[in-house]
Write a protein that binds this ligand. Structure first.
Ligand SMILES: C[S@@+](CC[C@H](N)C(=O)[O-])C[C@H]1O[C@@H](n2cnc3c(N)ncnc32)[C@H](O)[C@@H]1O
Length: 272
């Protein structure tokens, strides 16, 4: 793989990275042998997982389009990964060429690739940040000057909150992010779950302990709690394929097999 410029010297290439394993599953080229080995091992245990990751990306696209239809033209995408084809700024700027997107990821390789891919695009920005430090992310986003926090914002947390263990208080992290947003803002969350899952899926998820970012599976009720008092859009927090599918034929009889819930909520102006 071609190394991006500006890659920090201290990155540990002896350990797989969640972002690069994910990139491999999506068919991207930004991964190393160590990532491909883990990906293949996971795929052998649960052939469904690659499809799960694609279903996650499809959910994100549908959610972003819904936000665009609601007039959202600025996005804070935390845990954005490596921007392979069809990423948030492409979906957003196809609908609205002036849409702004700030990408945030903990993985230095994902960040370096993002910076390289987005160089020269003045409507996008990239932050190396940790969801567990939401104030720092918000401060860095404000410093970039791309997003206006006094206007409705789309906060995207697709496939990332499950990397935050309970000990790091994900509920408080989400509350901090929601508190920074103006009325009319929308929050998108997709999150892995143990609900309705076969044992092999649970075993495969346990392999994530080998990356720097272990996964915590959560219930539908826990995922729903991340939206706080914001208004959940129909159909609520559901298995990802059930969230506003483009076509009924996109949903087979086992939407739970992708192992993750998705939902979108809107911050309605509190009435006095
Ligand atoms: C499964 S990928 C999801 C990528 C993208 N959001 C999507 O849905 O297509 C998860 C991403 O979250 C990143 N990540 C994990 N823990 C994080 C944290 N604490 N802060 C920021 N990013 C994190 C990983 O590096 C990875 O790129």
């Amino acid at each position: 793989m071609q190394m991006p410029d500006g890659l920090p010297a201290e990155i540990d290439l002896s350990r797989p990275s969640a972002a690069r394993v994910y990139d491999y599953f999506l068919g991207g080229a930004h991964n190393f042998e160590i990532d491909r080995q883990l990906a293949e091992q996971i795929a052998a245990m649960t052939p469904n997982l690659a499809a799960t990751m694609r279903a996650g990306r499809e959910f994100l696209r549908r959610a972003v389009r819904t936000l665009l239809d609601a007039g959202i033209d600025q996005f804070l995408d935390i845990g954005s990964g490596i921007p392979t084809v069809g990423n948030v700024h492409e979906v957003a700027q196809t609908a609205n060429p002036k849409a702004r997107v700030v990408y945030v990821d903990i993985d230095p390789v994902a960040v370096a690739h993002s910076r390289e891919l987005l160089a020269g695009d003045e409507l996008t920005g990239v932050i190396h940040g940790d969801l567990r430090e939401p104030e720092r992310i918000l401060a860095a986003a404000r410093d970039l000057g791309l997003l206006d926090f006094n206007r409705p914002l789309g906060i995207l947390l697709a496939g990332v909150v499950h990397f935050v263990p309970d000990a790091d208080r994900p509920g408080e992290i989400l509350a901090t992010l929601r508190a920074a947003a103006a009325p009319g803002s929308h929050l998108v969350v997709s999150h892995s779950t143990f609900e309705d899952q076969p044992q092999e899926m649970l075993d495969a998820q346990r392999l994530s302990a080998r990356t720097d970012t272990e996964i915590t599976l959560r219930s539908r009720a826990e995922v729903t709690s991340f939206f706080g008092d914001w208004t959940l859009l129909e159909p609520g927090v559901v298995h990802m394929p059930l969230w506003r599918p483009d076509s009924p034929s996109d949903v087979d009889e086992h939407p739970e097999r992708f192992g993750a819930f998705g939902g979108v909520a809107r911050y309605d102006q509190p009435t006095a």
